[in-house]
Design a protein around this ligand. Structure first.
Ligand code: HPA
Length: 267
């Protein structure tokens, strides 16, 4: 029988047992360069990972160590809007759990619905609104599908990250993320309604991954890089290029925070 993703990774993992998994969003690609003792796997060689079997079109899983904490970094995520599958990240997230991860750190690029959180700033997510009406757990048969989503964003870990931000004079906004399925950006009317619903940031990822992570009993923290104001809140035309430029600006602070967080993680 051919090996599954877990078996392939474990056969080459050199004894690394990651405690923290990290999914890197837009603009954070170079974070993986700071991993020590790297062991890299291409998604295309890991059955069930997005892009598996598609040559030249896949991301990477990197095992290694950052500041004394063993990590598994997923460089590249797939979105619902690419394939129409809400559970596209199920195997990668389940594999992180099976490898030994306790915590999943999610990063993403998002639009801001808070006037004070301007492009280039960082927002830690404290809760979310699933505005799509779909779930990566559709079709699950067992009662563990009824996942409790209270404190889905781990309050203890959120406090730890906010404390690190304060100690280092980095502004880390906190807020509620709303998931729109994309790939088109929102209309100004949608952004206004999202504000009325209580959202502070908007994006096209993360929520299905948080649901899957809680299903697999991983602690979650999530940080958005604010790349733009929500549609209709500023005169700038929304574009993917703008998203990437502003992601680059905030990524230095985010990488700094993640390094400090990992330094204190095992202590
Ligand atoms: N909307 C949805 N997704 C996004 C945005 C946005 O304004 N910015 C970055 N990702």
């Amino acid at each position: 029988m051919s090996k599954n993703a877990l078996e392939i990774i474990q056969s080459k993992s050199n004894g690394i047992t990651p405690k923290v998994g990290i999914i890197l969003g837009s603009g954070l690609g170079d974070f993986a360069d700071s991993i020590q003792n790297q062991i890299k796997f291409s998604y295309e060689d890991l059955p069930g990972f997005p892009g598996a079997g598609v040559k030249g079109h896949a991301g990477k899983l990197v095992l290694g160590e950052i500041n004394g904490t063993e990590v598994a970094v997923l460089q590249g995520r797939a979105h619902y809007y690419e394939h129409g599958h809400t559970d596209i990240m199920r195997t990668p997230i389940e594999t992180l759990k099976q490898l030994g991860c306790e915590t999943l750190i999610l990063t993403n690029a998002a639009g801001s619905l808070l006037p004070e959180a301007t492009p280039g700033s960082l927002m830690m997510l404290t809760d979310h609104i699933n505005f799509t009406g779909i779930s990566p757990l559709f079709g699950e048969k067992e009662n563990n599908r009824f996942v409790d989503m209270v404190n889905a964003y781990n309050p203890k870990l959120c406090k730890k990250l906010q404390d690190i931000a304060k100690e280092n004079n980095i502004t880390l906004f906190e807020g509620v993320y709303i998931w729109f399925c994309g790939p088109n950006f929102e209309t100004p009317a949608e952004i206004k309604s999202a504000q009325l619903l209580g959202a502070d940031a908007v994006g096209m990822s993360t929520v299905p991954e948080v649901i899957l992570a809680r299903f697999f009993n991983l602690n979650v923290i999530a940080i958005s890089i604010i790349t733009n104001m929500g549609a209709g809140m500023s005169n700038t035309i929304l574009s993917h290029e703008q998203t990437m430029d502003n992601a680059q600006k905030a990524s230095k602070n985010l990488q700094f925070l993640l390094h400090k967080f990992l330094k204190s993680y095992s202590k």
